[in-house]
Design a protein around this ligand. Structure first.
Ligand code: SF4
Length: 382
């Protein structure tokens, strides 16, 4: 039975078909958890995209799509967390293990500054040799040397790793990092926020509620955040809906308590060539990753379900610019960042690792939308 609740969890619950459920969403209702799986699987693509466009227009100008000129920097590939899908990390002592020097990091910041970039997204593995003072000194140095570049850094699992290493609370870690210049906590390490899947794919990594609690602490402290989702681990649609439900609940709580929450949602499929694919896909015959059409269905559904998250990014690094541009036609309003370099999904098999500002603008223009450069916090800058 399909059920849609027209007024959050307080209103009347109605049994209906997917097209009826989506029509009521277009009229202002909220899709509840009970109705989610049938709508995800059985609604027509046309209906999903039409509804996604309505939800998108409630949050953003439907005539524009935004992008950010930024850079990803992976400061270390050393990690002790052993996620089964990760091709990026190296164990401590490995011949290919690295930690970028301050000079190396400065060169990357300078390069971005020269291109007019405004944000560095600094993320890495769970390196047991890097203590919190290393981060504090580095963040103070970088934000003093490059005041025009905003520093968004780490992720909830990196924060939890540091808290465990130092015997501190995650909130105390966030306070210290914020006081050293960190402005935002990106949504890395979210993957599938369902513990049944997390125990299978990354059993040593932060579990779902903890990941979301750390993000709640970041919201309380005024840090800007995003939320990400990787799908295609061989999970059921119910796991995807569980994850979206948790995200939506966290967002409701953060908006009510702190007046701020996740700025944006981004999702992409698992990359087939990863070690995870060999471990699970080839040996057990589980279908992994997602086709372009499955990706577009997922993003349209997520836009409808996450009715309290204003922005949705199209994932050109995993899907390619053409598919990302198709996502802009309905669910997404943002192309994400230029990145300049990317080492994580590219090592798992993605072939798209950076794009010029001109390429993103052209891809947006080709959809009939106006390209607009933005800040991390989604203010328009040109
Ligand atoms: S995904 Fe992150 S936490 Fe997991 S092994 Fe790779 S670097 Fe480590």
């Amino acid at each position: 039975m399909l059920i849609l609740n027209r007024d959050g969890d307080r209103g009347e619950r109605l049994a209906m078909t997917p097209d009826r459920a989506l029509r009521l969403v277009r009229e202002g209702g909220r899709l509840n958890r009970e109705s989610a799986e049938a709508v995800y699987e059985h609604a027509s693509m046309e209906d999903l995209e039409a509804t996604a466009r309505v939800v998108r227009a409630r949050h953003t100008n439907p005539g524009i799509a935004t992008y950010l000129v930024d850079r990803n920097v992976n400061y270390t590939n050393v990690c002790i967390t052993d996620c089964t899908f990760c091709e990026f990390y190296r164990r401590p002592g490995d011949a290919e293990a690295y930690v970028l020097s301050r000079d190396h990091l400065s060169a990357k910041f300078r390069e971005l500054r020269d291109l007019g970039g405004t944000r560095v997204l600094l993320q890495g593995g769970h390196n047991p040799d890097l203590r919190i003072t290393w981060y504090e000194e580095l963040f103070s140095f970088l934000t003093t040397e490059f005041p025009e570049i905003r520093l968004d850094a780490l992720s909830p699992p990196e924060v939890e790793h540091l808290a465990n290493l130092e015997g501190l609370s995650t909130r105390d870690v966030l306070v210290r990092l914020r006081n050293s210049g960190m402005k935002g906590l990106p949504g890395g390490g979210g993957e599938m926020l369902d513990d049944e899947i997390r125990r299978r794919v990354s059993p040593k990594k932060t579990m779902s509620d903890r990941w979301l609690d750390i993000m709640g602490e970041a919201h309380e402290l005024g840090l800007s955040t995003t939320v990400t989702m990787v799908f295609g681990f061989g999970e059921a649609i119910s796991h995807r809906c569980n994850a979206l439900e948790r995200i939506r609940n966290r967002q409701d709580r953060s908006l009510a308590l702190f007046g701020r929450g996740f700025l944006a949602f981004a999702s992409w499929p698992l990359q087939h060539q990863s070690r995870y694919g060999e471990l699970w896909g080839l040996k057990k015959g589980v279908k992994l990753g997602a086709t372009s059409d499955e990706y577009l269905r997922h993003t349209a559904f997520a836009r409808i379900y996450l009715d309290n998250v204003a922005h949705m990014q199209a994932s050109w690094p995993t899907m390619g610019i053409d598919v990302a541009a198709r996502a802009l036609a309905a669910s997404c309003d943002d192309m994400g960042g230029t990145m300049m370099e990317e080492n994580v999904v590219s090592q798992a098999g993605s072939v798209y690792s950076c794009a010029t500002e001109a390429a993103l603008r052209e891809a947006i223009s080709n959809t009939g939308l106006l390209p607009r450069k933005r800040t991390t916090e989604y203010s328009l800058v040109d």
